[in-house]
Design a protein around this ligand. Structure first.
Ligand code: SIN
Ligand code: CO
Length: 387
């Protein structure tokens, strides 16, 4: 059966070829009869929780000023807001709401490791975060009410921005295109496209499914730290082939080549690269919130599955795998690497694709598969659930 993707008539192949990271796309009725995942009150409730990241952005048209408040909020905060031009934004709702992960999974024509989170915003009439650009790809799904999206050109770190605002505001905003989105409509924006979303009327709720992409500077720093941590003080630059230089003050081309060779030897090590990248890209968004899981023996796990329980990836956990060969994979879960072979490898691939496993999908006679599940449960990356 063909998977339902929220791209209207377009296939994922067409989307990837013509739009992904290339140009904006408006999809009317991307999710027909879309049902919101939670009410505005529930969203405000989340923004009052200690562990939830949230922001409230206000614009005062008279004074032409922007204000940013960061959560967690006290309930009374919401009672004292003006009538117009504010928005509440709650980050990583998919970490807190299992149903929200199902929505994010609709976008799995993009690899899981590129997902950042599902952010939900609630705005009153005129509310929005102002004209800005993001460095991420985003699908902006209108969940309730109406929002006008205005799109401008491509921006970068050199683009002028207002210095007096606590959030990025592009000054002298001029829209090149604009669209009104109603529930179920969706706008895809590639990175760096300037945009401005303004609520038309109260009760405007927008879901942003955001995709992250590591910056080159992060890639280089993180990989070199990873390699550096494994090296002792004795692996050093060596020049047994040194020849007499005319000027001892010169760093010769040969010396530079030796350094380039050292770097290339580490960069060319695919196994190290795979280990680092898998661990790096599955580090949790909020590492401080990761909790230890259940200490269960393999037999307890097999028994629970036989009784009808299933195993589910924890909502805030990040999973990915890299194939080593047909029969073995490196599984990464929340920044930890696990080597898995045979039936454990099949299980690892399955849980990366499907989010959940039931008795039929776990080879309970395989001690390596059960031992992998034991570790994942113990680390809090998975949990057992009834049904
Ligand atoms: C929103 O206001 O819901 C989306 C914010 C954005 O443009 O990134
Ligand atoms: Co944006």
């Amino acid at each position: 059966m063909k998977k339902q993707v929220p791209l209207g008539e377009m296939t994922p192949e067409q989307f990837l070829r013509d739009y992904w990271q290339k140009k904006p796309l408006l999809i009317r009725n991307a999710i027909p009869d879309f049902e919101p995942l939670l009410s505005a009150d529930e969203l405000a409730g989340l923004a009052c929780e200690q562990d939830v990241e949230s922001r409230l952005i206000r614009f005062d048209a008279q004074g032409d000023t922007w204000t940013l408040d960061k959560g967690p909020f006290d309930e009374s905060h919401f009672a004292n807001l003006p009538q117009r031009c504010w928005t509440l934004l709650v980050q990583a709702v998919d970490h807190w709401l299992p149903e929200a992960t199902e929505l994010v999974d609709k976008f799995n024509f993009i690899p899981n490791w590129r997902v950042d989170d599902l952010m939900i915003s609630y705005a009153v009439d005129g509310g929005g975060v102002g004209p800005h650009y993001d460095n991420y790809d985003v699908f902006l799904l209108q969940a309730e009410g109406t929002r006008r999206w205005e799109i401008g050109g491509i921006c970068d770190e050199h683009s002028p921005r207002r210095e007096d605002a606590p959030v990025m505001i592009l000054p002298q905003w001029e829209a090149e295109q604009s669209f009104e989105l109603n529930p179920g409509d969706m706008l895809y924006l590639p990175p760096q496209v300037a945009h401005n979303g303004v609520a038309i009327g109260d009760g405007c709720v927008t879901y942003s499914i955001g995709f992250r992409a590591p910056a080159h500077n992060e890639i280089l720093r993180s990989f070199s730290d990873f390699i550096g941590e494994q090296l002792g003080r004795e692996q050093r630059y060596a020049d047994a082939d040194l020849t007499l230089q005319d000027n001892p003050g010169q760093i010769s081309a040969a010396a530079l080549s030796r350094v380039a060779d050292i770097l290339a030897s580490y960069l060319g090590n695919r196994e190290q690269l795979a280990s680092w990248f898998g661990q790096y890209m599955t580090e949790p968004k909020y590492p401080e919130l990761v909790e230890e899981g259940e200490q269960l023996e393999e037999s307890d796990i097999a028994e629970a599955l036989a009784e009808g329980c299933s195993i589910r990836r924890a909502e805030g956990s990040r999973f990915a795998y890299i194939d080593r060969d047909a029969d073995s994979v490196l599984l990464f879960a929340d920044g930890q690497q696990h080597e898995a072979e045979g039936e454990a490898a099949a299980l690892a691939r399955h849980i990366c694709r499907e989010r959940g496993l039931d008795a039929a999908q776990v080879p309970t006679q395989s001690s390596t598969a059960l031992s992998l599940l034991k570790t994942l449960l113990q680390n809090g990356c998975c949990y057992l659930t009834e049904g």
